[in-house]
Design a protein. Sequence first.
Lengths: 284, 417
Amino acid sequence: MALPKYTEPHYRIWHYVYIFICTCVFFFLIAPLFVIFPLSFNAEEFLSFSEGMKNLDPDAFSLRWYKDMIYGTKNPWGLAAKNSFIIAIFATLGSVLLGTVAALGLSSRHMPYKGLIMATLISPMIVPLIISGVAIFFFMAKAGLAATHTGIVLAHIILGTPFVVITVTATLSGFDHSVTRAASSLGSDPVNTFMKITLPLILPGVISGGLFAFVTSFDEVVVVLFLAGLENTTIPIQMWTGLREQLSPTILAVATCLIILSTLILVTAELLRRRSERLRGINR
Amino acid sequence: MSSETGKILTTDGIPLEVSLKKAERKNKIKAFLLVAPLLLFLLITYIFPIGDMLMRSVDDKMVTEMLPKTFKSMENWDGNEMPPEEVFEAFYLDFQKLVEEKRDGKLSTQLNYTKNGFKSILKKLRRKAKNFEEGNYKEQIMAVHKRWADVEYWRAIKRRAPAFTSAKYLKGMDMYKNEEGEIVSVEEDRRIHRVLWLRTLEIAFFVTLLCFLMAYPIAHLLATLPMKYSNLLMICVLLPFWTSLLVRTASWMILLQQQGVVNDFFVMIGLVADDNRPEMMYNKTGTYVAMTQILLPFMVLPLYSVMKTISPSLMRAGKSLGGTPFVTFWKVYFPLTIPGIGAGCLLVFILAIGYYITPALVGGASGTLISNQIAFHMKSTLDWSFASAMGLMLLAGVLAIYWVYNKLVGIDNIKLG
């Protein structure tokens, strides 16, 4: 963003003001996340920087809260993490399966009532979570699935499928349908064509939709708050209770782990997006 | 196609038109069958339960079912004078049945909602009714208490005859039906829900505005910088986007608390005195700051994707035609970004209007939104029909906004990441 030499002074000033504003906004976006890192190594029981930390005294830092997170006797983090992963994995599988198949149908030009059906399928994404929570709770209570893992997995499939439908439909919009016709004309049955031709080509979209579904489930708290019993506690529920009741630095240790996890997911999603863009670029 | 001459036949002798239609229908069914599992799943677990919410929110069958004979006999009563003997008889029979089933307590609670004073006279009736003689119930009931001889109370019973009610919706707007059946507002100092609706709209509006003001410059920077820098800066937008909502809220709670980093910083630069640290959390400020940061990526991403498609040569052309940078920006660049602005603003507004977690944690009492009220009635007061009614009112608002979004941007143009 180097300015040309002939730029007049007041535009030059304006340019630097603009850069300054942008810097501030980026700082506002990203800085809050980085407060958590140092504080999670706090040796004391406060959620603010101690004098020792400000002077970079090594004694002021410790792994105390990480130990507490893993070994703490009263801490439900172990159970919560296990539940969160189990629920998220099954919810992702369900969302990907249902969502991909539906996206295949939606992308067909023969699909009747496309607009209406698309609106229905992605409605869980548009309806405020609190309303989805109430509605899903009524259903699960009637079906006897409240406070069960199955109920929560089903709820998260509802919330996760719109992302899969959207990403896979987007991938399919650049899809060259003549390759599947070629496969059929060479004698391949539809299932075989899908597994060998279509799926590998739309895989980036499927995986990134799956990532969205995974994150949605892993981070979801509103609906789970209605559905979960003590046995089904998840990481977000524990964080929610922790933040409301006793703000202990253990939460910060957990939060640090979650930030690392989200960084990994972000990197994967970005790599996939670029790969998919490259692939589609070659197709054109 | 002219019908007689131009019939083209396929090899098996069927007209081509018919054959094509058949194939077309087959393809339609195939496509529909692929969508069917998800559609069915969502209909059963999600769309119908929303309909169930609607039923719950207007349901008022309880009294209707408790006094079936009474309401049947009241059909011919105009409500001007005291009801005839048959109504009294029917009411006596219904009431005796409820007493036998030990459900008369529920009836008295329900009727007391409609008109004060039912509780005591029903209790008295229950005691006296044991010694009632057969026939002439009108006089016997009216002798129990003078209120039973008051036509107002019988009108109150009649008002509970319909199986559906709009009372919960009226309550959501701080209104109720008075005894004359007119819709009136509750007293000024008890209008809690209107305050909440207005606050929800206000916070959603200002959060959207703040997000727009902050997102526009950085989206522009991201779209104009060379790839290698913009990719790096994009991480600043995407990392918060992918990070858990609770983690981001937690970091704001740490920053904004009284002994927190922001207050420490203010004290350090001498903006506030150490013993007079401002309360930045558990009020509206906390809600504004945290929600703006959390929703900012949802504004940046649509803006960025629109700005990316604007060719830089347009700006150069504007300048070469004599426009100053500001004029060129305002007349050329800004109008081209309007689709992105529309998409981003409506997305953020829709998300903000239904926000629950962040206001509940950093909002305190003055920063909570309508969603928090819905959750409160679901979990604490257990008034599920009221929670449903408020939820549906919110949903109606969101759908209206969403309809506008669809008109402006189109549902197919939603892009993620």
